[in-house]
Design a protein around this ligand. Sequence first.
Ligand code: NAG
Ligand code: NAG
Ligand code: NAG
Ligand code: NAG
Ligand code: NAG
Ligand code: NAG
Ligand code: NAG
Ligand code: NAG
Ligand code: NAG
Ligand code: NAG
Length: 754
Amino acid sequence: MGTCKLVVVLVLLAQLSAFAYAQGSKTTPPAKSLWQTLDGGAPFIVAHGGFSGLFPDSSSFAYNFATITSVPDLILWCDVQLTKDGMGICFPDIKLDNSSDISRIYPKRDNTYNVNGVKMQGYFPIDFTLKELNKVSLTQGIYSRSPDFDASMLQIQTVDDVSQTQPAGIWLNVQHDAFYTQHNLSMRSFVISASNNAPISHISSPEVKFLQGLAKPFASTQIRLVFRFLDQDLAEPSTNQTYGSLLKNLTFIKTFASGILVPKAYIWPVDASGYLLPHTSLVADAHKIGLEVYAADFANDFTFAYNYSYNPVAEYLSFVDNGDFSVDGVVSDFPITPSEARDCFAHVGKNALGQAKPLVISHEGASGDYPGCTDMAYSKAISDGADVIDCPVQMSQDGVPFCLGSINLMNNTQIGQTQFRTLVQNVNELRPSQGIFSFSLNWADIQGLTPAIYNPWTASLLYRNPKFRNAGKIISLSDFLALAKNTTSLSAVSIKIENAQYLAAKQGLGIVDAVLDALDKAGYNDPSAKKVMIQSSSSSVLKSIKGKKYELVYEVDETIRDADKATITDIKGFADAVVIDKVSVFPKSGGYLVTMTDIVPHLQSFNLSVYVQIFQNEVVSLPFDFFSDPVVEINSYVMGPGVDGVITDFPETAASYKRNLCLKMTKAPPYMSAVQAGALMQQISGAMPPALAPSPVLTVADVSEPPLPPVMTANATAPAAAAPNKTSANGQPKVTASALLSSLIMIFAAVMMF
Ligand SMILES: *[C@@H]1O[C@H](CO)[C@@H](O)[C@H](O)[C@H]1NC(C)=O
Ligand SMILES: *[C@@H]1O[C@H](CO)[C@@H](O)[C@H](O)[C@H]1NC(C)=O
Ligand SMILES: *[C@@H]1O[C@H](CO)[C@@H](O)[C@H](O)[C@H]1NC(C)=O
Ligand SMILES: *[C@@H]1O[C@H](CO)[C@@H](O)[C@H](O)[C@H]1NC(C)=O
Ligand SMILES: *[C@@H]1O[C@H](CO)[C@@H](O)[C@H](O)[C@H]1NC(C)=O
Ligand SMILES: *[C@@H]1O[C@H](CO)[C@@H](O)[C@H](O)[C@H]1NC(C)=O
Ligand SMILES: *[C@@H]1O[C@H](CO)[C@@H](O)[C@H](O)[C@H]1NC(C)=O
Ligand SMILES: *[C@@H]1O[C@H](CO)[C@@H](O)[C@H](O)[C@H]1NC(C)=O
Ligand SMILES: *[C@@H]1O[C@H](CO)[C@@H](O)[C@H](O)[C@H]1NC(C)=O
Ligand SMILES: *[C@@H]1O[C@H](CO)[C@@H](O)[C@H](O)[C@H]1NC(C)=O
């Protein structure tokens, strides 16, 4: 716990963030009266064991990193345990087994003790002196999180060590006073003496007797005593009443505490299917009798209610800015996220004017919430505040252009469970080559298909809005265009054209003409009409459209690190904008960002707009550098390379990002600054993720293509299978869902695959 080591750590961590931590440039929180907290002030943000979502809980890395990346008034949470020699250390559990390497350092020094009536075996702090514990290193105790910092030899911190970092406050949580008392160690004496030496702001405990004993000594101080509620069925050790019954007796709690700390579900309960129920009256009830309420158990990488669409900022806002109440503080493993939520996102109206960049372009509508390209996905994208909604165009056998994410109807519909399943065929020109393709069915039959939500993260057991997984209707391009035309909030529509060569040469379907025709009919060729973006990964498609008033967008369909000058000049000849993937901007390895390429500024220097795809909210889609926070990811693409647009499954997240108040500040606070790609990976001691071969540079050869072939006369190729009879209203034959993925891979494993 030498100061030297601490300083080194601080310097390293400071490098981690582009976050120049401007002293004194405190963000100006909104006027106090905005907050429906007990005292009208902004809610506290409490870093649970520091930034424990990323680094070992209660380590110097965790505490320092939390301080660097969060609000200036951040409170650091410490679970106090006492050593044999009565020293107070911060450690997340009464047993040292899971979050340290103690069993390796002191084999066989485990013991069995009775803790609140339960026999427990393991390594207890009361069996070790502080000096002995100095040889022990902290490790990641939550096995779904990255163990990459376990080799960093992070020592156990004392309460005194934590106060050396000069936090705005320290929250001491005393989970087990009764146990330490049995072993003649006094938590009471420890916290009283600590409060004289460290900036203790809160002391919490789930034990009534312990807090009652502190009420007097702390009566004339600013220190808040907080009663911690555990599971409602558990008995509180000193009163032998369940926490559930104590919850109905808040006036009793008020006799010895100034606040309560509750699991977040006490305030916003979640039903068995993972959806939020209406909030309880707990916060209002507690506030009425003058008790503060703190909510615990926030973590970006644990499942939270589907209502939040995997956006953790939305979850915090429902606790601090819901119109009915605000909790007085939140306890989080990822304190950067409540920092943003409180100081940048709260009290911003849905109609507040956002900044222009980046353009929020939906990906198959709000496909994170509803089956892609359905009427419901599009109306959600519009109400979410998307600037542009997109239609990837497919062609039916009878030549009707419609919107769907894939030419293969297996991907986005339940066609595999209908009589049309016999239309499976192999088409070598398409990727993947096997499927039931849109050109094998007439529009009337396609319209009748049941859409299916896109679930890219089932391997990590993350599902999208299951209640609505088959909701909505597939719509034609002309209906899409009519819908968008009527919607003034949209600045453009994006039409995507793929497989034009194959459709023309082999299916007699002219997709480019069908699109241009639909645009004409819908009045988009009118000079005053809404802007149209036409996107394709085929240069010949874009060349065939050049000269119209549409913005032409070239999609680079491989990961690149740059493009040479001749190639960009070539692209500039047929396109106004370019779509690249996220990894082309921030290459990654083993779940960490490696660097940032120059591709965005390079393309922009040729006056090409750069749109990046595909942004998703699910934690497994995010490199560790973005702290399991999809807003940090978007912000890093905007504040870092300065992308012109983001293509996203969750337009609400990107649209609310553009409205956040911190974008208007002259200097972005640390929690709203771009992360520095590569810095986090450099902090890993020991095995680094494998160095990957860099992505290629895009060349003229990659871009050039023969011109589009003429559309051959229809009916030259018959569908592979005879068209089956029309679907009857009911009684569609079902096949067993053999293709369902359900391998139980941990979230972390899924991240490592990318
Ligand atoms: C510690 O790890 C064991 C085995 O992996 C697990 O059963 C136990 O619940 C963990 N204990 C805590 C306190 O996390
Ligand atoms: C605690 O102290 C009492 C009295 O000094 C003694 O009888 C008891 O054995 C001690 N208990 C432990 C666990 O050391
Ligand atoms: C606590 O209450 C339970 C029943 O509610 C009872 O069985 C038990 O004996 C009580 N324990 C103590 C220590 O009073
Ligand atoms: C509240 O709890 C106290 C202490 O356990 C008890 O004396 C009192 O009767 C309880 N009041 C109610 C209304 O349950
Ligand atoms: C959460 O979503 C479900 C399903 O859409 C809805 O029924 C419920 O009312 C929502 N809960 C809240 C609190 O909005
Ligand atoms: C579409 O489905 C095929 C298998 O039918 C699969 O290989 C492919 O990855 C899917 N594409 C998407 C985007 O889900
Ligand atoms: C567009 O607006 C017009 C006039 O307000 C209305 O008649 C029409 O039904 C609307 N179309 C759509 C697709 O909403
Ligand atoms: C980009 O456009 C600006 C004005 O819109 C023009 O001044 C500049 O020369 C253009 N640069 C290139 C490289 O085309
Ligand atoms: C289909 O092809 C046959 C000859 O192979 C031709 O007689 C018929 O008119 C064609 N039908 C259409 C709709 O083009
Ligand atoms: C289609 O309908 C015809 C006549 O109604 C029937 O003979 C035939 O078996 C049906 N085919 C299929 C694939 O259901």
